[in-house]
Ligand binder design. Structure first.
Ligand code: I3P
Length: 368
């Protein structure tokens, strides 16, 4: 789920930056002194199943976000001026294990940096790089990867959940069978597969989970963005019709694919519920990172293609199918932009305003 705070005014932004960006070595106060929960805080806390882009946007409104989020069992909290804390489910450290295992592989260059694990109030957090710091009021998109979005353990999980039935009815009430309507509950497997079918996960191996255009409220009502053309329309909005941004995204996506394919680790690990975080700003800086590895797990004795069709037991997740299709879709978008209103001079000047290649893709790709 994506949660984004309203964009602060320029004045507020400046003031809060000044007041709240802590000195690097300053101890992290969590929650801040004098914090009192309010009904609004409680509401926000309940919506704290955050993705990295959302939490990073919250950092832009550091003062409000800090006061509203801290003290509750949220998934994210601002840490230093350039890092965020992400709460780990239970006391698991599986996500940091992924980061640590990949540190000597080149694919780590397309992931946020891991700084440390932190224990606070009985919860385990990982402190990771805040990717938004490299952009100026960017458009933000979270793309969930894979044709399969649930763990194989769900296949044998008979538990009926009424909360997922309610969510299913919101996605598409015509999907529920008579029996499901009677019991007003579905298994997680059933819900997750319906979500895949109603979105582009089943067809393309990725789905746009949430998008936030600079200066606008977030949109996470994308559960029915399903067809290739619907996906393309959403991507078109995201890149704001800019050819140079499409070029940079493709370059970066191809880099991610190359590094992923070269990774020994991913040959034996399935990636479930993992996302790509996509950012671009008005300087035409654009970047993509692999995020969310809480459900990345070792599959011993199998070599995964990440492209083969899933059958229970083969653990294929369709991650690379999704990446292939995403590259293809952005490529088609690029070809549509034959009359790009962004001139080459503006693109070259924006290149110079971009950050290091780790953060912003600047070299257009010649092959898609
Ligand atoms: C949720 C989404 C989450 C999933 C969650 C689903 O559906 O698929 O990824 O958590 O399962 O309810 P939606 O996007 O429609 O809100 P996991 O990735 O942890 O499985 P949950 O309800 O069991 O937390």
């Amino acid at each position: 789920m994506l949660l984004v705070m309203p964009k602060p005014s320029a004045a507020t932004d400046k003031k809060s930056d000044k007041e709240l960006v802590p000195v690097k070595q300053q101890p992290i106060v969590f929650p801040p002194q004098g914090y009192q929960p309010t009904p609004l805080n409680a509401l926000l806390a309940n919506a704290l199943d955050l993705t990295a882009p959302a939490s990073a946007v919250l950092l832009k409104n550091r003062k409000n976000a800090w006061v509203q989020l801290a003290g509750h069992p949220g998934s994210f909290a601002p840490a230093s001026g350039s890092t965020i804390w992400k709460r780990q489910p239970g006391r698991e450290v599986s996500e940091s294990r992924v980061y640590k295992s990949l540190v000597f592989e080149s694919v780590s260059q397309v992931m946020p940096r891991l700084y440390r694990e932190v224990e606070y109030n009985g919860n385990i957090f990982i402190e990771i790089e805040d990717l938004l710091q490299h952009f100026h009021e960017p458009n933000i998109m979270d793309i969930k990867m894979g044709t399969r979005t649930f763990l194989e353990s769900e296949v044998s999980n008979p538990k009926l959940r009424s909360d997922l039935f309610d969510k299913l009815m919101k996605v598409d009430s015509s999907l529920a069978t008579d029996q499901e309507k009677q019991q007003r509950a579905v298994t997680k497997l059933r819900y997750m597969q319906c979500r895949e079918q109603c979105s582009s996960s089943a067809l393309l191996g990725f789905r746009i989970e949430a998008i936030r255009l600079a200066g606008q409220p977030p949109n996470n009502d994308l559960k029915n963005v399903c067809t290739r053309s619907q996906v393309m329309d959403t991507l078109q909005l995201f890149v704001n019709g800019k050819k140079i941004v499409c070029e940079r995204l493709i370059t970066r996506l191809i880099e991610i694919r190359t590094k992923f394919e070269a990774s020994k680790y991913f040959k034996h690990h399935e990636l479930i519920g993992s996302s790509l975080l996509v950012l671009c700003d008005h300087n035409d800086c654009a970047g993509v990172w692999m995020i969310d590895f809480a459900k990345t797990q070792l599959i011993p004795d199998l070599t995964l293609s990440h492209r083969d069709t899933w059958r229970p037991g083969n653990h294929e997740d369709g991650y690379l199918t999704g990446l292939d299709n995403l590259i293809d879709v952005v490529g088609e978008l690029l070809r549509r932009h034959t009359t790009d209103h962004v001139t080459s001079s503006s693109s070259s000047s924006s290149s110079s305003s971009c950050l290091s290649s780790r953060h912003c893709s600047t070299t257009p790709s010649s092959h898609v």
